[in-house]
Design a protein around this ligand. Structure first.
Ligand code: MIC
Ligand code: SF4
Length: 647
């Protein structure tokens, strides 16, 4: 029998049911969970609704990193609710200021060979330490906290074989950008990625985590590095050597596909507007004038990254046309650059230091000027995510970002003509876990702080049968969850569904016309369902389940698309929205907004693996039949018919 990939080995060790066959449905035990505040409030409201007294995982951590701008009371109302509910339910609470969930988890909690489920799509960051880390909707994480296994499709595994060694000024970010250029950001559902080969050893854990972090943009289930000597060194420097153990694929593991990347010949790469897979070599687009540079996010704000940036800026000044912002990934990173003097170099060079959190990555400030170029070390450059409409955002490594900040134009750092600063992993990071609060020994007596902006989880109603729906919107390809449910200034309404639902598909609203939300509510109030029509790769990006909850609140009960991304498809099922797959582009072309969709005898026709027939009618016209597919299991179908998982 052929050997196993590392991913299949960890899955096998955690398998509760199902066959370890790519494509098969399996259930796995979840050792650890993480939540962040923007998804966590709803996850804990759901945990409460399930009547769970105490979480049953080995470790669950709640972070506060997203909603920290605090315009109005909503953000801190969420923080206080989370702090109290974590105390009651047995969850560690990482206070605001302690850093970005993925970075802090890597530093303080990640364990090679264990499973981690997180209510954030970049949870696979901890794959850099050899964990099987998966992003999911908040409800799935709440169910895992309750001790239930996680249901998933056993993935096919692609092996990325790294050869050689990164050359000066070429970074881990360039590796993942290269992979994104090869695999693209759509159509990778049911796949996971594993890094192998002689080039792996030379990469430190922070570098590996940059790569696994941005695996989320491939749309794959997860990305994993083996745990080796470099992992041991990182854990030892975090004074967690006891958590280390070697994990790796079998020597004769068979991969679904192997992609080789020769690090010796890799060059600085850039993802051009407005998709992370729109990748070119920096040299091909160098010279574009840049108005702002942002360095940070869970992709690139480790101590290693900020040391490099500070050392390059030492004694220099940011170009006059550029505003440079830096968000340290964690309090550990922030405090270390303060104490080693690098903070002063950054300030003296004119950098604007923001607090340790997501910040500009999720449109919480630092939006670029109109018609200007923003260069960021982040992971997503979806249109408008910066908070500026029709933005032009380029994603690069910290090396390219700092070179650009100095010259004022997009710059290949090799052309700076200076030597790349040397860096070594410290023997010991600065350790101080006082900002991580333990839960109460007895949760019963904890008073839950529930201010007026904390709402309730959505109400579940069975899927209507027959389903009689109106196509509310014909959207194109690659609709992201940022298109469906914008963040930026609206992020603070995550605990208030009626208010947040007002901005569903806001980017498609036209001045002077009824908004999507108004049209949907009108159809809902006439007793009909809403239907969304979309092209390929619907629901890319964030794990936010609000991209299902808020449309549901507006009466949406079906999505018809050429393809739906993994986390979003699961969220749709969890909240009772039927995800249907069109068979051909010509089917997509034949349907328009305003058409009426009907499925008779829905309950009888929804069967695993069986197509279903819809009727589509133009307003006032004759109905034609259309056959569509779905990827629903028997359990999904039961969940949908009942009206979602909470039901
Ligand atoms: C993101 O990067 O888009 C987010 C904000 O972290 C999301 C989670 C959310 O929408 O709250 C994600 O990646 O899942
Ligand atoms: Fe935060 Fe950005 Fe990372 Fe999402 S991608 S967790 S918003 S830093």
């Amino acid at each position: 029998m052929a050997g196993k990939t590392l991913i299949h080995k960890i899955l096998d060790a955690h398998r509760v049911s199902g066959e370890l066959e790519p494509g098969a449905e399996i259930r796995i035990r979840i050792d650890q969970t993480l939540c962040q505040d923007a998804t966590g409030t709803m996850a804990f409201l759901q945990l409460e609704a399930m009547g769970v007294d105490r979480v049953r995982t080995e470790l669950s951590v709640q972070y506060v990193d997203h909603n920290m701008s605090q315009f109005g009371p909503e953000n801190q109302n969420d923080h206080l609710y989370l702090q109290s509910i974590c105390r009651a339910k047995g969850v560690l609470f990482s206070r605001p200021g302690n850093g970005i969930c993925h970075q802090v988890h890597l530093e303080r909690f990640g364990v090679p060979g264990k499973t981690l489920l997180g209510s954030d799509s970049h949870t696979p960051t901890n794959g850099g330490i050899g964990m099987l880390a998966i992003g999911a909707g908040g409800l799935d994480v709440a169910v895992a906290m309750a001790g239930e296994p996680f249901r998933m499709t056993c993935p096919r595994v692609i092996g990325i074989r790294l050869l050689g060694r990164l050359q000066p000024w070429v970074a881990a970010k360039d590796i993942i950008l290269k992979v994104l250029g090869i695999l693209g950001s759509k159509g990778n559902v049911g796949i996971a990625v594993e890094y192998v080969g002689p080039g792996v050893a030379s990469l430190s854990v922070p570098e590996r985590s940059t790569i696994t972090n941005m695996g989320a943009e491939l749309g794959v289930t997860t990305s994993v590095f083996p745990s080796d000597e470099s992992t041991r060194r990182f854990l030892a420097a975090q004074r967690r050597e006891g958590a280390w153990r070697p994990v790796a694929a079998d020597g004769d593991a068979v991969y679904d596909r192997v992609i080789e990347i020769d690090l010796d010949h890799l060059e600085p790469m850039v993802a051009c507007p407005s998709n992370p897979a729109n990748v070119k070599a920096v040299r091909e687009v160098a010279g574009i004038p840049v108005a702002q540079v942002a360095i940070g996010s869970c992709t690139n704000s480790s101590y290693r990254d900020l040391c490099l940036v500070a050392d390059v800026l030492d004694g220099r000044l940011v170009a006059p046309g550029v505003s440079l912002a830096i968000t340290p990934g964690s309090r550990q990173v922030f405090e270390m650059i303060c104490r080693d003097g690098r903070f002063a170099n950054l300030v003296s060079a004119g950098a604007r230091i923001l607090e340790s959190g997501c910040g500009p990555c999720i449109g919480q400030g630092f939006s670029p000027a109109s018609d200007s170029v923003s260069v960021r070390t982040f992971n997503r450059n979806f249109e408008g995510r910066t908070g500026t409409a029709r933005d032009r955002c380029y994603l690069v490594s910290p090396e390219t970002a700092v070179a650009t900040a100095l010259t004022g134009v997009l710059t290949d750092p090799r052309s700076l003509g200076i030597e790349v600063p040397a860096w070594e992993m410290p023997a010991c990071f600065l350790l101080d876990d006082r900002m991580i609060l333990p839960p109460a020994a007895n949760g019963q007596d904890v008073e839950i702080v529930r201010k007026e902006t904390i709402g309730t989880p959505p109400r579940c109603t069975p899927l209507p049968d027959p389903l009689d729906g109106v196509v509310l919107l014909k959207a194109g390809d690659r609709i992201t969850t940022d298109h469906i449910m914008p963040a930026g200034p609206h992020l603070k309404y995550r605990s208030n569904i009626p208010r947040y639902a007002e901005v569903v598909f806001e980017c498609f609203n036209e001045p002077g016309k009824a908004t999507f939300a108004q049209r949907a509510a009108e159809v809902r109030d006439r007793g009909r369902s809403g239907v969304i029509l979309a092209g390929e790769s619907y629901g890319q990006g964030s794990s936010r389940e609000h991209a299902a909850i808020c449309p549901l609140f507006l009466g949406v009960r079906a999505v018809l698309a050429l393809g739906i991304e993994r986390i979003h498809a699961a969220n749709l099922v969890n909240f009772g929205i039927l995800p249907l797959l069109l068979k051909a582009r010509s089917d997509y072309d034949s349907i328009e907004a305003g058409d009426v969709i009907q499925i008779r005898a829905l309950r009888d026709s929804l069967r695993p693996g069986a197509d279903i027939v819809l009727s589509v009618a133009k307003p006032g016209g004759r109905a034609v039949e259309l056959t569509v597919a779905h990827a629903l299991s028997a359990e999904d179908i039961g969940t949908l018919l009942r009206g979602g998982r909470l039901a």
